[in-house]
Design a protein around this ligand. Structure first.
Ligand code: PMP
Length: 451
């Protein structure tokens, strides 16, 4: 096998990694993964690491899952890929049926894509064109949340608001109305509780502008914005406002779907059905790039009719509905049922919370936020004032480097240490991973204080 040194040199010469300052990455002897085993990743030199962020928040069962491997092999014996443009394929149709049966009731039609960002692009185009198709083309603007994140393509960035990722692309983007997200740790509303403040702001906006608003898009738990769960009742409140003012509600469950928060969908905690739902990440158990956008019949029907070129939804990718991915997703859903994965998250969430409880006493831990197996630990210079560390201290990065030394791979978001174990992690595994997490936070903060 090619040695670590060779691979690193080839990485240096040929590969540009995403979301990565390449010099910083190459100078720090990056982990180069050779294989996976259960909840661990193993590098080319044979060192094993816990997959502490589920390979970017998507791994469900772990790696090298015999049932998923076999499902892909079985599908390979039939066909790897054919297009969904103007024709069907077996696993795509069966998967659409299966997903429509388990998403919040009322979502009736499914449109495939290959990534969460694409699922969001499709949601935006669907909502935009829906109003044209029903003769209300003035409704062509979007409402999105401050600190929201919906992917890296231009439309998704237009409704995103993570300063570091998005600000420099502003001249390329369409504008959308922005409402401050009801962040319970850093409440943006001076005179109200976060939920009431945000719902009031949405209502005021709708009162003035509903006749030009196509849809509002929201994450039930803000992911890249720092793992910030919306307060209880917020989604329900948005649903009621969208109904009252005839605005479509798009819920982005790319990160929260497939059990991550302890229910199959974060929407299930509130009994809410959006008009459009975006899903991805855990859909194939973390194996293959399949995502989807689901819509109600009201939306679908506005595109349906006698041959009318103008009414079709002009969107589709070369690999849309890929058979290997869809077959894998079908097996993933079976395995999630058989192994009671969503219950596992629900049952082990209190243990996870308990294991992190002591962090709350730490003078530099501002907030510990959790929704199921989705955890964000915000580090601050000063707890009282919530003052952040200077950016150049790279405090959360330091914690992640310490975690790597201790045998777990993490990736931070600003000053937030993110922990998202694979959903099938056992009690013992959660115990071990949280030990490393707490130790890494301790060591990272000690290092920052001493420099
Ligand atoms: N929406 C949300 C809420 C996400 O968290 C992400 C990815 N982290 C995306 C969309 C984009 O998904 P992808 O990376 O698959 O394009």
């Amino acid at each position: 096998m090619t040695s670590y040194a060779d691979l690193l040199e080839k990485n240096r010469r040929y590969l540009w990694n995403p979301f990565t300052q390449m010099k910083d990455y190459l100078d720090r002897d990056p982990v180069i993964v050779a294989r996976g085993e259960g909840r661990k990743l193993i590098d080319v030199d044979g060192r094993a690491y816990w997959d502490g962020v589920s390979s970017l928040w998507l791994n469900v069962h772990g790696h090298r899952v015999p049932e998923l491997d076999e499902a892909i092999r079985r599908q390979l014996d039939q066909i790897a890929h054919s297009t969904l443009l103007g024709q069907g394929n077996v696993p795509a149709i069966l998967l659409a049926e299966r997903l429509v049966q388990i998403v919040p009731s009322g979502l009736a039609k499914l449109f495939f894509s290959d990534s969460g960002a694409e699922a969001v692009e499709i949601a935006l185009k669907m909502a935009f064109q829906f109003w044209q198709n029903v003769g209300k083309s003035r409704k062509n603007k979007f409402v999105s949340m401050s600190d929201g994140y919906h992917g890296d393509t231009i439309g998704a960035v237009s409704v995103g608001d993570v300063e570091l990722f998005h600000a420099r692309y502003t001249p390329l983007l369409f504008t959308s109305y922005r409402v401050p997200f009801p962040n319970s740790y850093r409440n943006p509303y001076r005179d109200a509780e976060p939920r009431e403040g945000a719902l009031h702001a949405v209502q005021q906006l709708f009162e003035r502008k509903a006749d030009e608003i196509a849809a509002l898009i929201v994450e039930p738990v803000q992911g890249a914005g720092g793992i910030v769960p919306a307060p209880k009742g917020f989604l329900q409140g948005l649903r009621a406002l969208c109904d009252a003012y005839d605005v479509l509600l798009i819920v982005d469950e790319v990160a929260t779907g497939f059990g991550r928060t302890g229910r199959m969908w974060a929407c299930d905690h509130e009994g809410v059905t959006p008009d459009i739902l975006t899903i991805g990440k855990g859909l194939t158990g973390g194996y293959l790039p399949v995502a989807a956008t689901l819509a109600t019949n009201r939306i679908y029907d506005a595109f349906y009719g006698e041959y009318d070129e103008f009414k079709a939804l002009y969107h589709g990718h070369s690999y849309t509905g890929n058979q290997l991915g869809c077959a894998c997703a079908l097996e993933n859903l079976d395995l999630m049922d058989r192994n009671r994965i969503v219950d596992n998250v629900k049952e082990l969430s209190p243990l996870l919370a308990m294991r992190l409880a002591s962090l709350r006493q730490h003078p530099h831990v501002g907030d510990v936020r959790q929704a199921g197996f989705m955890v964000g630990i915000e580090l601050v210079q000063d707890r009282e004032s919530k003052r952040p560390f200077p950016v150049n201290k790279r405090v959360a990065w330091r914690v992640c480097w310490k975690a790597r030394e201790l045998g777990m791979l993490l990736r931070p978001l600003g000053d937030v240490v993110v922990f998202m174990p694979p959903l099938a992690s056992t009690e013992d595994e959660i115990f071990e991973m949280t030990s490393i997490l707490c130790e890494a936070i301790e060591r990272g903060l000690r290092e920052v204080s001493s420099c």
